[in-house]
Design a protein. Structure first.
Length: 239
């Protein structure tokens, strides 16, 4: 009966021949290696493509007990994809029956990656189609705008130029008319103002009227006869 170590070595050698460059030995004790699982072995390379890395560590009693397997992913896979791959690994460990399982786990992960690649490719193609359709729409719209322009000929330009010049002349007349109305209004206001002499006479009359008022603002008039009965102020006895 083969020992655990012999069975582990046999499985590892088989995986090396299958994965070749996608197999990386990490440690000999405990026996640890990494499998790079590609979604498509024909079109993908180690540098690009959809892939997952499985780190496998044999326990001392493997394959009597399940090995330790952890997964690592990169773009364009997401955290959800990692959770799904880890679910595949845990399911294989739960159903472990004392047989070598690493190859089966790797193939199950590859199938999942192939499904994800097909879905991602479809989504990427949809985005490209949408962009292409949007560009086509813009081109069609631009063509319609261009074709909607009126062709310019000597006759059409002459008609447009005459209309343009006429509108400019009318605009200038309107501006001149407004300026003339403003000047006439200013002249009318100036004519209503009093001259210098008139202004002097008005102020003189105002001053004379003001001198004929007492301190209370009441108008009074001087009556000479009203003072005749008083006599001379010098004759009044003030003692």
């Amino acid at each position: 009966m083969e020992s655990s170590t012999e069975m582990q070595n046999e499985e590892m050698e088989s995986l090396q021949s299958i994965y070749m460059d996608e197999f990386v030995l990490l440690n000999e004790s405990p026996l640890t290696y990494e499998l790079i699982v590609l979604a498509d072995t024909e079109d993908s390379t180690l540098e690009d493509g959809i892939k997952a890395r499985l780190r496998v560590e044999y326990t001392e009693k493997y394959p009597e007990e399940a090995p330790l397997i952890s997964a690592y992913i990169g773009h364009p896979l997401s955290k959800t994809d990692l959770n799904n791959i880890e679910g595949i690994i845990e399911k294989a460990r739960a159903e472990f029956s004392g047989m070598a399982i690493v190859f089966d786990v790797g193939e199950s992960v590859r199938e999942y990656l192939q499904e994800r690649k097909a879905k991602l490719t479809k989504e990427e193609q949809k985005i490209k189609d949408d962009v292409k359709q949007e560009k086509s729409y813009k081109i069609i719209k631009l063509d319609k705008e261009i074709t909607s322009f009126t062709p310019v000929t000597v006759d059409t330009y002459t008609i447009w130029r005459e209309k343009f010049d006429k509108e400019k002349i009318e605009e200038q007349k309107t501006k001149l008319g407004a300026a003339e109305r403003k000047q006439a209004s200013l002249a009318e206001e100036a004519a209503k103002r009093p001259t210098g002499r008139e202004y002097f006479e008005i102020k003189k009359q105002q001053m004379q009227q003001k001198e004929g008022q007492n301190a209370k603002g009441e108008v009074f008039f001087y009556d000479e006869e009203a003072f005749d009965d008083i006599g001379d102020v010098d004759d009044v006895d003030l003692s």
